[in-house]
Design a protein around this ligand. Structure first.
Ligand code: ADP
Ligand code: MG
Length: 486
């Protein structure tokens, strides 16, 4: 698959700021840089938290059994629908599995407004049902004789009790719909679909990390890890049943099960993560303070906001756009920059890829999106440097999670594994993957050529295809059951 993300072009040479600017920047760089020793400490803690979560309910790393047992063969076939509620977009996908690891998809995408994200759950479900209905009409499937099976990728912490049953534990990523926590998102959606006469059976409830693992596995059977690096971040991996100490679900058809780690919550206690004042500000002003701290340091929804907090602090100290620079008025122009979440992570991507000597693209992005006019080159370099350290820290932290899983599963260099990753951050952020590999090289010293043994790869729309694959598994289970009764 073609990777679109360009390489990051790091700043070279001196920034040329005032001594005060240089001192402040040095402090910021230090705060955001994770040394190899410290990265090792984070990884070790991540592993011990994994074990705790596998042995006991209610731990910080929830380590939720997904009820998806065993592995895929790549030979699964049929038409399935997938619905992906990821955080930023809602996607409806028709997946045609053709066997031999091949599939075709057709999809539609719509935005979930803030109003829907924080209003009554019934409104959100009705909106989703309408989107599905419209899609079926477009695809000429609305009068289909047979009910289509749908896999519902619902990427929030859910305590699952069956392949299509679960209870929402809490909202994350800016969602806060009323009437949903403690309820079953499948039942709520099925209710909306029934009321609107949409001929769909919600057959599987799928976490996006689990779905990503499955879709990658359909094409690359040696996949044992799936990762989300998008609005939020999370991971799933294949665990041996005997290591899931808390399992009370009785006999299973396989000795392995996919675990939805919910690792965005890692170190909510803040024992090990190098949380800065800028992260604290993001956390405190978020919709879910004190929750998902790891996610807030890693993922797309928050990285721009962390960067913005650094820049605001510099502005308040008159180290950026200050009176000395002859364009003091810019402070007045920068009301945009004062807006919560105004500095998007995608701006960081553009800035990191900007290799022009006087950072023309950077200036353009700041002007066009934040109304910051006439920024000088020193200021642009400062902003670029801040983006670099925030983005690099995110990738290194994501690498600590992957290394933690590889070490926990004792995946040797001889054995190796594929790691499927879905999400715009991984897909588009410059050099995000290279920086993950930097962390892996430090944390997995036995893997001499870590790119060959821990093979990261984009599972584009993996959560959608994975949901369809899970619906397929659910359909097989159902027909097997009917077969037994008949
Ligand atoms: P979802 O998480 O809803 O499934 P995505 O995987 O598309 O959706 O991730 C959306 C997130 O990715 C947003 O938070 C956005 O900030 C971030 N993002 C989008 N485009 C880019 C980009 N070019 N560079 C970095 N991050 C991006
Ligand atoms: Mg997604």
């Amino acid at each position: 698959m073609v990777r679109i993300a360009p390489k990051a072009i790091p700043l070279s040479g001196p920034i040329g700021g005032t001594p005060e600017q240089e001192d402040y920047l040095e402090k910021v760089v230090k705060e955001f840089t994770i040394t190899p020793n410290y990265l090792e400490k984070i990884c070790a803690r991540f592993m011990s938290e994994m074990t705790k979560g596998l042995d006991n309910e209610g731990q910080t790393l929830a380590m939720i059994p997904s009820y998806v047992e065993g592995r895929l063969t790549g030979q699964e076939k049929g038409h399935f629908l997938a619905l992906d509620l990821g955080g930023t977009n809602l996607r409806v996908v028709l997946v045609t599995l053709e066997g031999d690891g091949k599939y075709k998809t057709k999809s539609s995408k719509s935005r979930v407004t803030d109003e829907l994200k924080t209003g009554p759950m019934r409104d959100l479900c009705d909106y989703i049902a309408d989107c599905v209905d419209e899609f079926l009409i477009e695809e000429g499937l609305s009068n289909a004789e047979t009910t289509l099976f749908l896999g519902y990728t619902f990427s929030f912490p859910v305590l699952q009790s069956r392949i299509n049953r679960g209870l929402l534990k809490s909202w994350t990523k800016g969602f806060n719909c009323s009437g949903a926590v403690g309820k079953d998102p499948v039942m709520l959606l099925q209710d909306s679909l029934l009321r609107k006469n949409v001929p769909i059976k919600v057959a599987a409830l799928v976490n996006d990390a689990v779905g990503t693992l499955l879709s990658n596995a359909y094409q690359k059977p040696e996949t044992s890890v799936g990762l989300i690096l998008g609005t939020g971040s999370n991971g799933g991996y294949i665990e041996k049943m005997e290591r899931i100490g808390k399992w009370k679900g009785g006999e299973t058809t396989s000795d392995e099960m996919i675990i939805n780690m919910e690792f965005g919550a890692f170190d909510n206690e803040r024992v090990v993560l190098p949380v800065t004042q800028y992260d604290n500000k993001v956390d405190r002003l978020s919709i879910n303070p004190h929750c998902q701290i790891y996610e807030k340091m890693i993922s797309g929804m928050y990285l721009g906001e962390v960067t913005r907090n650094v820049l605001l602090d510099m502005i308040d100290r008159e180290l950026l756009f200050g009176p000395d620079n002859g364009n003091y008025d810019l402070k007045a122009f920068s009301t945009e920059l004062s807006g919560h979440y105004a500095f998007e992570t995608s701006h960081m991507s553009t800035i990191e890829a900007d290799g022009s000597p006087d950072l023309t693209r950077t200036k353009e992005v700041l002007d066009l999106n934040l109304n910051l006019r006439d920024i000088n080159t020193v200021e642009s370099k400062i902003i670029k440097r801040v983006c670099e350290v925030v983005g690099t820290r995110a990738a290194h932290l994501a690498g600590a999670a992957i290394a933690g899983i590889v070490r926990h599963c004792e995946i040797s260099p001889e054995e190796g594994t594929d790691v499927g990753i879905d999400g715009s951050l991984y897909e588009f952020y410059p050099s995000f993957e290279d920086r993950i590999y930097e962390a892996l090289a430090i944390l997995l010293p036995d893997h001499k050529d870590v790119r060959k043994t821990v093979r990261l790869g984009l599972a584009k729309d993996g959560s959608g295809v994975g949901a369809a694959l899970t619906a397929c598994v659910a359909a097989q289970m159902e027909s097997r059951k009917k077969g037994t009764i008949a």
